[in-house]
Design a protein. Structure first.
Length: 524
């Protein structure tokens, strides 16, 4: 049985075209807050900070499923040999749907790199096709994007592993992947925050956000609901729209030409702030996600009786969020609110005009509109019916082509879900599946022990990929035991022997698994 994970991430995390305001959820969630929260070093500087890290490329196949096409392209990867002893233990971090930062192969306090040091592992980090510096084609037009599919990306991984085995002369290699794996070539995988069900209408996301706020303060969700209900009432009249202009300092303001899609875009942007808090709350990325950009802070503001107007409290949440994540060179009190400008920023296939962040947004949206879905609607609950599925389908059509509709996506999504299996039919071997209870993506995760060596873990009080980050004082208490548990499974996967795998130690011959696991992970 084959299984896919395309996460989010989140979109990982880059604040895309608008640094001063949240972009719509589907564009933002997988990559939002990347530079600010992860405190990442720009790719051009990472090898200076970590001089042992090598930034390299190799010749990747353009089309793995067309035997007559022999074209290749340069796919970027990072290699860290610093911890490698005379073994064939190899750790591979799978790049998600965004530019890959080499620190994931270099920063010593990242969890799996601590294990690499202990076990003497070689470390690789492979960038996803059509992101960062890894371009099969020189543009992202509709025709070129036909090569951006989950199957092509997964085949990239298999070819990379075989290529590295040849290049570096690994004998009886023991590959462990973090984020993705081909068990024919690996001995195990750790797939953190893996959404294994490919859903078009991902309404559960908003439900988990509501649950998170309830756990934080049982009265907090009621205030959010009250605010959204009042905003919905205001959105039904011209006078009400003018009031929303004043509440949020909207640019451009609502006017006589405002459409329902413009109004939906506004609600999607407001919802996006609450999404960011729940998805990354208490993550060990840096001090902001640990202590400040959290559900606790959201509820503190939403429960502040010094401000009697609940709509103003929502705007205060935005001001606080934007003060941390926004561009200080801009007016952080402004709420950018143009659907057409947002579409225009990602509609072109020209890489120069797009820029790195918008190119990542376009690539992620293509995967969603073409195959995986993951469209985070608010069909009820405290956010009301403010962000319907059609909003995202319109985005797909407007960004790519008039043919990219719900009728286009539905059969492709069903085929992918059937092909990869989904969480209920997940039968892979030697895989750890950690999820955070506060992470909205955990709603699509797997919690069944369908095989003896499938290890699902739900980590109480944590969010997206929390197990991957360095430990910090005051972190959710469950993380300590879970990290030890994951480390134990990794040790079992590689069958590490401190004598045999020390300097001059022998290798270990692995067996091929009968099941076929395919996982892709967007970590941030």
């Amino acid at each position: 049985m084959q299984l896919l994970l395309v996460s989010v991430a989140a979109l990982v995390a880059v604040a895309f075209s608008e640094k001063l305001a949240p972009t719509p959820p589907l564009l933002r969630t997988k990559h939002s807050l990347r530079q600010k929260l992860l405190d990442q070093e720009p790719s051009d500087d990472v090898t200076s900070q970590y001089p042992w890290l090598q930034r390299l490329t190799f010749k990747q196949k353009l089309d793995h499923f067309n035997p007559t096409n022999t074209d290749t392209w340069n796919q970027r990867y990072y290699y860290n040999p610093k911890y490698a002893r005379n073994t064939s233990i190899i750790f591979l971090m799978i790049g998600g749907e965004g530019p890959e930062d080499g620190k994931w192969a270099a920063k010593p306090d990242i969890q799996y790199l601590q294990w690499a040091q202990e076990y003497g592992a070689h470390v690789f980090d492979l960038e996803h096709r059509f992101f960062g510096d890894s371009w099969p084609k020189p543009n992202m037009d509709f025709a070129s994007l036909s090569l951006l599919t989950t199957e092509q990306a997964l085949a990239d991984l298999a070819y990379f592993i075989t290529s590295m085995n040849q290049k570096y002369g690994f004998k009886n290699p023991r590959w462990v992947t973090f984020g993705g794996s081909y068990p024919e070539w690996t001995v195990g995988a750790v797939a953190s925050s893996a959404p294994l069900n490919l859903k078009i209408d991902f309404f559960e996301y908003a439900q988990v956000v509501e649950d998170d706020l309830t756990v934080t303060n049982k009265d907090c969700p009621g205030n959010v609901r009250d605010a959204f209900q009042k905003m919905q009432v205001l959105s039904n009249s011209s006078d009400g729209l003018n009031q929303l202009n004043k509440y949020f300092n909207l640019q451009p303001p609502f006017d006589k030409n405002t459409t329902q899609r413009d109004i939906t875009n506004f609600f999607a942007n407001v919802f996006g702030v609450f999404q960011s808090m729940s998805q990354y709350t208490y993550d060990g990325r840096n001090g902001e996600s640990q202590k400040n950009l959290t559900d606790a802070k959201v509820c503190e503001i939403m429960m502040d009786t010094k401000e009697p107007d609940v709509i103003k409290r929502v705007y205060n949440v935005y001001l606080w969020y934007n003060g941390i994540t926004g561009d200080p060179k801009t007016d952080l009190t402004v709420f950018p609110n143009s659907y057409s400008d947002m579409i225009a920023s990602v509609k072109t296939g020209n890489l120069t005009l797009l820029g790195e962040d918008n190119a990542a947004a376009r690539g992620w949206m293509w995967l969603c509109c073409n195959e995986v879905g993951f469209m985070q609607t608010t069909e009820g609950g405290i956010f009301g019916k403010t962000v319907p599925l059609q909003y995202y389908i319109d985005m797909c059509t407007d960004m790519f082509d008039a043919s990219v509709t719900l009728d286009y996506l539905t059969p492709r999504n069903k085929a992918a879900q059937s092909y990869y299996g989904g969480s209920d039919k997940y039968t892979a071997s030697n895989v750890v599946l950690p999820n955070g209870s506060l992470d909205p993506w955990h709603a699509l995760g797997c919690y069944l022990n369908n095989t003896a060596t499938t290890y699902p873990i739900l980590i109480n009080g944590t969010a997206h990929c929390s197990d991957m980050y360095p430990a910090y004082d005051g972190e959710p208490s469950a993380l300590v035991g879970v990290r030890a548990q994951i480390k134990g499974h990794v040790r079992d996967f590689i069958k590490y022997d401190p004598v045999a795998d020390g300097p001059g130690g022998s290798g270990f011959s692995i067996s091929l698994f009968t099941s076929f696991l395919i996982l892709l992970l967007s970590r941030m």
